[in-house]
Write a protein that binds this ligand. Structure first.
Ligand code: SUG
Length: 446
């Protein structure tokens, strides 16, 4: 039976902007109020999708969310017509208003945690949307994310969808950004590695002091339970609290895995030795390639700046692995040198490919943030809504759709423009037809 890993990238939404919303995320804060280009952002994302598809990879797309989020603004007491809700909110509660305008759902590594059927008790692929409780703007995503996932993976025979965890910081869950799966083959049972930043119910355990730990141990356990994972296939690893305090707000900013490779920074984890030995023993007889980057080669600050670990490691059709890196890695002397050496070492990683995703990077989102990985069998792939899979035709349609609806330049001040709301809704309504995902947005359901 054939098995695949499909990357589902988030399509950047029409309100993509820089509002400085993510305390603990260095890029988000330092680019606050900068001018954005939603059109360029969406096109950079689509180019990456197309390039991976051209490499022979299976590539999917997940729809963005409806923003500005009028539905939430109404819940928060703003009334009247949609324009008057926008106007009042922008004037009376500008921070709340900006949070309700973020296009942050583009980072689909935070959309959900996914466990492939080979790992789960009932043999289905399980999805739990991330509740993203730590940031208000992101906590608005899970409900619609759940609907988008159901519109993409709708066949109940193969796919099981859970409700996001309780909306409370005790169960703070950031989805696949804090979850990596190693396996000898995508269709075989693997080791699911859940990385957390703190224990929510035990204050005596180590935790960062400066920046928040978004993911809790208890959230990881809950997702593993929901997905019916066996203890034999799960490893819980604590992220090093010191690197969270240096701007590593998700584990995928400091480590990434694929099949039998774990690529990580020497400071990534709290108890590295214990974690690696548990991973190896649960992985079985085959040796895991633990590729460790030393601080002397790449400092944590350089990793955060360039997103060396927010790279995608993919297995090409010829079984070599390639690293999909942001162009910031190429621009850094130490990181590009590291990557040039890496492909000549004795690991399965044989190529590096650089991509310009600068519009996303300025908000702290690299290539790996932009995608949700779903490992599946041929039969499961057949059951996916095929309009959400990228081929030449769908790529062309989506590019044209972006050209038709997206603004080239957006300033934070433009977000209050009622015309932008109309443009976004018109675009999204058309998109739900292009992708055939049904009426997932509040404005389509009211
Ligand atoms: O949650 N940035 C996102 C970036 C998410 C990156 N995802 C992964 N590492 N998987 C975040 O901090 C910034 C929005 C703003 O400031 O306008 C933002 O939400």
């Amino acid at each position: 039976m054939k098995q695949f890993e499909v990357n589902f990238d988030g399509l950047v939404g029409p309100t993509h902007n820089y509002a400085g919303l993510s305390f603990g995320n260095v890029a988000s804060l330092s680019n606050a109020n900068a001018k954005s280009s939603p059109r360029q952002a969406a096109k950079q994302g689509l180019q990456k999708m197309k390039a991976l598809s051209d490499m022979g990879m299976l590539q999917g797309v997940l729809a963005p969310q409806e923003r500005p989020d009028i539905h939430t603004l109404r819940r928060l007491g703003f009334t009247g017509s949609d324009s008057s809700v926008l106007e009042q909110a922008a004037k009376q509660a500008p921070e709340v208003f900006l949070a309700c305008c973020s296009a942050s759902s583009m980072w689909t590594a935070n959309a959900a945690t996914v466990s492939p059927s080979a790992d789960t008790a009932d043999g289905k692929i399980h999805f739990t949307p991330a509740n993203l409780t730590n940031k208000f703007h992101r906590s608005l995503e899970p409900e619609v994310t759940g609907r988008i996932l159901q519109g993409t993976f709708s066949n109940e025979k193969y796919f099981s969808h859970h409700t996001h965890l309780p909306d409370n910081e005790h169960f703070g869950d950031e989805g696949a950004a804090n979850h990596t799966r190693l396996c000898s083959n995508y269709g075989h049972a693997g080791v699911e590695i859940f990385v957390y930043g703190r224990h929510a119910f035990n204050a005596s355990k180590p935790a960062p002091r400066k920046f928040p730990a978004r993911q809790t141990f208890e959230a990881c356990q809950a997702v593993a339970r929901l997905h019916g994972l066996s203890d034999e296939n799960v490893v819980y690893v604590q992220q090093n609290p010191d690197v969270i305090d240096q701007g590593v707000f998700h584990n995928d900013v400091i480590s990434v895995g694929n099949q039998n490779v774990l690529f990580y920074h020497e400071q990534a984890f709290h108890n590295t030795e214990g974690a690696l030995s548990e991973i190896q023993s649960k992985f079985g007889d085959e040796k895991v390639h633990f590729v460790c980057v030393k601080t002397k080669d790449v400092a944590v600050s350089e990793a955060v700046k360039t997103y060396l670990f927010n790279t995608q490691i993919i297995t090409l059709p010829n079984d070599d692995m390639a690293i999909i890196a942001p162009s910031e890695c190429e621009e850094s002397e130490s990181v590009s040198q590291y990557l040039t050496n890496l492909v000549n070492l004795d690991t399965p990683i044989k190529q590096v490919k650089y991509f310009d995703v600068k519009q996303s990077m300025r908000n702290g989102g690299g290539p790996a943030c932009l995608r949700l990985r779903v490992a599946m069998t041929g039969q499961e792939l057949e059951a996916v809504n095929n309009q959400t899979l990228i081929n030449d035709l769908q790529f062309t349609r989506l590019n044209q759709w972006v050209d038709k609806h997206y603004r080239d330049v957006l300033l934070v001040d433009d977000l209050r423009d009622p015309q932008l709301l109309t443009e976004s809704r018109t675009a999204l309504d058309e998109l739900t037809q292009l992708l055939k995902i049904g009426s997932v947005y509040p404005f389509q359901r009211d």
